[in-house]
Design a protein around this ligand. Structure first.
Ligand SMILES: Nc1ncnc2c1ncn2[C@@H]1O[C@H](COP(=O)(O)OP(=O)(O)OP(=O)(O)O)[C@@H](O)[C@H]1O
Ligand SMILES: [Mg+2]
Length: 380
């Protein structure tokens, strides 16, 4: 709920916009185009956001994913116009909204913003909260549009209630309805799911994406949760220390992480070094020869592999074997920490996932194979 005057001011700024409806788009042209966007806060040693590049299509849902402090919110605030970039260029729907010589104020950018705490006005009903989003519209049109968006988010029956009479998920849908009401070109959402418990979070991921898809709204969503990012987005932007690490669709990003950071940030993985074989399809490592999903174009002999735990399949006479050190039960699967034997008589500690129905205890010997599809060559 709204608890700070700053928020209120920001919100007023966006809402004073008189919308002309969604941008029709030009075929073949990026809808949002961000080039070399940089923010260097005064006295900071490094930029909070360093030469951020991104191009999106209209209707695309993008998430910015990364650890705390990596520059996600700062990027979002620069796109919205609340934070002045140090350098770089932003265009929306073919119109430059920021470059080194010019900066369009937030209320003129056609952007709807959903804040992390939803920023609903506690003294206004749900209907009035949404109508507030329509600033200078005529009263009749405001009422009609409010009815329409409340229907869209499935909250028509709550129009006369106050925010405190709604659940967290319902409040979030009100915030989304309010942001969508003026038919913005772009919706920006900062950690929209972080206040919700696990069950509701999953439901809201589904509902929010449905609503964004139905309205063909381009959205940039900030999250530090990999599951949120994978569930809602067409493409994910992984950031670390202000720098974009990789931009890719969830499946591609998980299977082919570009570097160790991305591989380790997107779930558990085993990082193992080795030497590339002459056939360019295998890597000699401490634990034995590991097969790649396809011939690599890597130019170096010394390479790093990311091997996903779910790619290590327990079998009776597998190529690799080791002793189970620890079993962690998660409900959906068992995570095994295994001391895998190396050729030199030592061992390499690895993580494997095993189906829950398999009885496995610490101290037990296991053998396994590695599915090449879940092996990736990564950069340092
Ligand atoms: N107004 C500011 N003045 C100075 N430094 C700032 C300011 N706002 C953010 N920073 C710094 O910029 C960096 C990026 O902050 P940002 O809020 O964008 O991170 P974030 O990725 O959104 O993190 P979180 O997941 O914790 O919300 C941090 O080091 C932060 O301390
Ligand atoms: Mg943040």
């Amino acid at each position: 709920m709204l608890n700070n005057e700053n928020h209120y001011q920001l919100f007023r700024m966006i809402l004073n916009k008189e919308s002309d409806g969604p941008y029709d788009g030009v075929m073949g042209m990026a809808f949002i185009e961000i080039k070399q966007l940089t923010k260097h806060f005064r006295d900071a040693l490094k930029p909070a956001v360093d030469r951020f590049d991104l191009e999106t299509e209209q209707g695309e849902i993008i998430t910015l994913l990364g650890p705390s402090g990596c520059g996600k919110t700062t990027t979002l605030r620069m796109i919205a116009g609340f934070e002045q970039p140090s350098s770089g260029r932003i265009a929306i729907g073919g119109q430059v909204v920021h470059d080194d010589h010019f900066s369009l104020p937030p209320e003129k950018r056609g952007i709807g913003m959903v804040f992390q705490d939803y920023a609903l006005f506690p003294h206004l009903t749900i209907e009035k909260n949404v109508m507030f989003g329509l600033g200078k519209w005529k009263t009749k049109e405001k009422k009609e549009r409010t009815k329409e968006v409340l229907e869209l988010v499935g909250l028509s029956q709550f129009a006369d209630r106050y925010p405190h009479q709604l659940s967290g998920g319902q409040q979030q849908r009100v915030a989304l309805a309010r942001a969508l009401a003026p038919r913005p070109n772009v919706i920006l959402m900062d950690e929209p799911f972080s206040n919700l418990d696990a069950g509701l979070r999953e439901k809201m991921r589904y509902e929010v994406t449905n609503i964004l898809r139905k309205t063909n709204t381009t959205a940039i969503i900030v999250t530090h949760d990999q599951k949120d990012a994978f569930a809602v987005s067409d493409r994910v932007v992984v950031m670390n220390e202000g720098v974009v690490q990789q931009v890719a669709a969830p499946r591609e990003m998980y299977r082919c992480p570009k570097n160790c950071f991305v591989a380790q940030f997107l779930g558990k993985t085993n990082i193992i070094t080795g030497t590339l074989a002459d056939d360019l399809k295998h890597v000699y490592t401490h634990i034995g020869r590991v097969c790649l999903p396809e011939k690599t174009k890597a130019l170096l002999d010394q390479v790093i592999l990311s091997i996903r735990p779910e790619g290590c399949r327990l079998v009776d006479e597998g190529r690799y074997c080791g002793e189970v050190e620890n079993v962690i039960y998660s409900g959906e699967y068992q995570e095994l920490q295994v001391k895998v034997r190396t050729g030199e008589g030592g061992y390499e500690s690895m993580i494997l996932y095993a189906p829950i129905e398999q009885e496995i205890e610490s101290g037990q010997m296991v053998s396994f194979d590695i599915a090449p599809e879940l092996v990736a060559l990564v950069e340092q």
